[in-house]
Design a binder for this molecule. Structure first.
Ligand code: ZN
Length: 344
């Protein structure tokens, strides 16, 4: 079985290596369509990479897919989660409550998970760090719309801390496989990938996606330079032996290195585009985002949904901050104020 380019999100297990299955799980009205979790079958039970979003449909799909490979939910021994986003983490917690497997995630996600749990327990909106970036970008109205329209989206019941925090470089045995935890900050500050070197497999989470470019730094506590972190995490992948790309969204792809090269090209082009927009007079993150085009359909910023505009402006700020860091632009701001960029 191999998923063609269009049917990767269809329900059911796809064998990606002996004893390892990709299982796409549904997401609610999400442009990502589905999230892939991976089941590694061992004599000590199943090691799952990522857990999916805690939803009844998703749990049913996982249970049915495990049934197709002769397993059940009670066989899951642990979840190794790549990062704290809800579509990867929350179902691991839900299944832990019912069946008791261990849940582990990178130590770098501790600030994010602590913040989410604290926001959720106080029914506080989880938008403030992102709204602060929008204000730095001069997108005051968008920040307002975002805070007004984004409900309290962290339900306290979905979130708990993991059993175990993983350090970068940790080696985890799963049957005959050995998974090495590699910290890849950028998409979130504590994102990790799991590398199985002898089988040439990389469980890449949202770090390297085959079709789309991952969002950068969309998380409850902000890293100062998420794009700088992301680009070095991409370059780190090129120092490892090449591997089969097992992404969290999209089909399996033959080469991590080939896709990383494309993502690095994409960002260097976006950096160049943002730099030249400033050269042509755009001064703030919002003004630059308005001069760039978005999605593969080349839409203008105003044609996007509010949540996509938020991500677009945040991503533009991440690019501008890197350009200033690289000395290609100058920036000036008082703390808490709108940042203005100029050619260096
Ligand atoms: Zn994610």
């Amino acid at each position: 079985m191999t998923a063609s380019s269009t049917d990767w999100a269809e329900t059911g297990p796809e064998k990606v290596a002996d004893g390892i299955y990709r299982i796409p799980l549904p997401l609610p009205s999400d442009s990502l369509r589905a999230v892939n979790v991976y089941a590694m079958l061992t004599h000590q039970g199943i090691t799952m990479i990522d857990g999916g979003w805690a939803l009844a449909d998703s749990e049913n799909a996982l249970s049915a897919a495990l049934g197709q490979i002769g397993m059940g939910m009670e066989d899951i021994r642990r979840f190794l989660v790549t990062h704290c986003h809800r579509d990867h983490y929350t179902q691991a917690i839900a299944i832990r409550r019912k069946f008791g497997p261990e849940v582990a995630i990178g130590i770098g996600e501790k600030p994010n998970l602590t913040q989410v749990i604290s926001d959720a327990s106080r029914a506080r909106r989880p938008t403030s760090a992102r709204a602060a970036i929008l204000r730095r970008a001069g997108a005051i109205a968008l920040a307002h719309d975002f805070e007004r329209t984004t409900g309290q989206s962290s339900y306290a019941a979905e979130w708990e801390l993991p059993d175990r925090w993983l350090d970068s470089g940790a080696q985890l045995e799963a049957g005959d496989w050995v998974l090495r935890v590699i910290e890849t900050p950028g998409h979130t500050r504590g994102h990790v990938v799991y590398h199985e070197e002898s089988s040439h497999l990389l469980f890449a989470g949202d770090h390297v996606l085959p079709r789309i470019t991952p969002s950068i730094g969309y998380e409850p506590t902000q890293a100062r330079y998420p794009l700088r972190d992301y680009l070095s995490s991409l370059e780190l992948m090129l120092t490892l032996p090449d591997a089969l790309l097992l992404p969290a969204h999209g089909p399996v792809a033959p080469s991590v290195h080939a896709r990383v090269a494309e993502l690095l090209d994409h960002h260097s082009q976006r950096l160049a585009d943002a730099c030249s927009a400033v050269g042509r007079g755009a001064g703030t993150g919002l003004e630059v985002a308005q001069r760039l085009t978005w999605t593969r359909h080349e839409r203008s910023l105003g044609e996007l949904s509010i949540s996509s505009q938020v991500m677009a402006v945040m991503e533009t700020m991440a690019h501008l901050d890197v350009l200033a860091l690289q000395g290609r632009l100058k920036s000036a701001a008082n703390p808490g104020a709108i940042v203005r960029f100029q050619p260096a």
